[in-house]
Design a protein around this ligand. Sequence first.
Ligand code: FMN
Length: 350
Amino acid sequence: MSDAGVLARFGATVPIVQAPMAGAGGVALAIGAIRGGALGSLPCAMHDRAQVAAQAAEVRAAVCGPLNLNFFCHALPDPPDESAWHALLAPYYEREGAVPGAPAPLRRPFDDAMCAAVESIRPDVVSFHFGLPDIALLDRVRASGAAVFGNATTVAEARWLVERGVDAVIAQGEEAGGHAGWFLDRHAPVPLAALVRDIVAAGQAPVIAAGGIVDGAGIAEALRLGASAAQVGTAYLAAPESMIAAAYRALLGTAAARDAAFTTLFSGREARGIRNRLMRELGPIRAEVPAFPYASAALAPLRALAEADGRSDYSPLWAGSGAARVRSMHAEELTRTLAAEADALAGVTP
Ligand SMILES: Cc1cc2nc3c(=O)[nH]c(=O)nc-3n(C[C@H](O)[C@H](O)[C@H](O)COP(=O)(O)O)c2cc1C
């Protein structure tokens, strides 16, 4: 069995981080991945403190193994003028017979209340997307005993994270599903292999490769490039423990999942997803879309109506470049399968 690299110190037995996936992953997925030997993750960006505490307690009650809590660190601008966005969506409201709903909970950046949750839960790892919190909060996270992982999309971001003392850098390549986590400069997307090689060459912190990895060959390749582990997201979406809608699930593992693009429509920030009706009709990037994270609220009523009808016309279908190749297995079995496949290839030169 290949060793768990940087994850071994937390008790993981395979070099896999089950990626945090807000809105798609949760307690059941984390439990299955931990049972398989991975570092399990709970996405916390869309929850409040009580929900985070309850979910962490559920995982701990079910399984003994390493747990990561994941948070966003985006800047939260003042609420923008959404009139152009509402005007763009008006024909869809009319077509669906939708009415504006109650404001949906916003994705909130990591703050004092979430830090207090971390202090009481004492997870093994806290991972951050879109940068890091301010130094006072970061110090409190570290004092809780948690290791800190940060997400980088360029070598410059990796260096920035290392200067602030992260224990590992998640190298997020352009192949990754979900939000591109850039936080310094918006830049041309960097393919995973080049990103891992360059961050490893900078030699400052263990690297965890993320993006397009859906089988053991992908993990073995990342390790060969010098990564210490792989963070796997889209492959876990196909597990029955994920919480995605049926129409989304039906696309995974099919050729249709190859038709993907970066889009700002669903949140206000670029994220990689399978093309659906809204992306086709409006185009994936529009000037009318309000800043992250405000865009999603106006879509919520449309999304709810369509999903109730088995349609994903207005839903984000976040997926990485391996989405057409995923296999549907329980999270524990998937974790063991990925590790065994990677093991079988370890040391084999392509
Ligand atoms: C549905 C979905 C939701 C995601 N949500 C988060 C999140 O809440 N926090 C985060 O750090 N990354 C998130 N990501 C990115 C993953 O952590 C990871 O980088 C990515 O899934 C790796 O690429 P892959 O999907 O090709 O395996 C998400 C990815 C997906 C597919």
